[in-house]
Design a binder for this molecule. Sequence first.
Ligand code: 6PG
Length: 243
Amino acid sequence: MNIQIFSTQTGLNHAFTERMKEIASEKRTLNIALSGGSTPKSLFDYWAQLPEGEIDWKKFRFFWGDERCVPPSDHESNYKMTKEHLFDFITLPNKNIFRIQGEDDPTSEAKRYGELLNHELEITNGIPSFDILMLGMGDDGHTASIFPHQINLWDSLENCVTAIHPISGQKRVSLSGKVINAAKNVFFLVTGENKAEKVKEIFEQPDQAKKQYPAALVQPESGNLYWFLDEPAAKRLHNNPVT
Ligand code: 6PG
């Protein structure tokens, strides 16, 4: 696991952006799965203020790692957040946006999106493979929308699963573990002191963490797993190297 710790959110956003540009420079098109929640907002705002042409957005094809089962106009929608913090500020053909349709029946949408991934992405060992997969981590150790109380969903044979938020009961559509681990490059972007305990457990007691936390099960076949943390999220780690 490659871990980098940043003293500022801007430093984290810049470093991830530079890696993303490096990966994109080698490809005609780049298939990226975005994470949701609040952490990516800062990254999207950072991208939105970059000079025109800094990132060759027309080669990017946007997907999501998970979505809340709400309409795209709902304040909970990961798509809505991405539109308001990124898409409204960059030039991007609509055909490059592959939204999880949170307004639809979760089970049928998980099936539809899973089949869409098979058509739209490169298939590696029979599994659709993203070029870049962004992930966040909840303070309970969830990632995408696979939560500890449903850790069994990780091993689904499907590309996408339906899940339920343990507190709100909100339904979600999420990538399954096999698609997450088939990605060529997986980046965890984790910020905030409330994540520090789980970060410590995942890094220092991995075997135990794998039994409880879906985030601990992220182990891409490619070996390209990068953790980008801010200092508060990394504060419980021993001898953490601040970038
Ligand atoms: C979502 C995300 C989820 C998120 C974590 C961390 O739809 O909420 O995909 O997995 O990444 O909950 O969220 P924060 O960045 O808000 O802490």
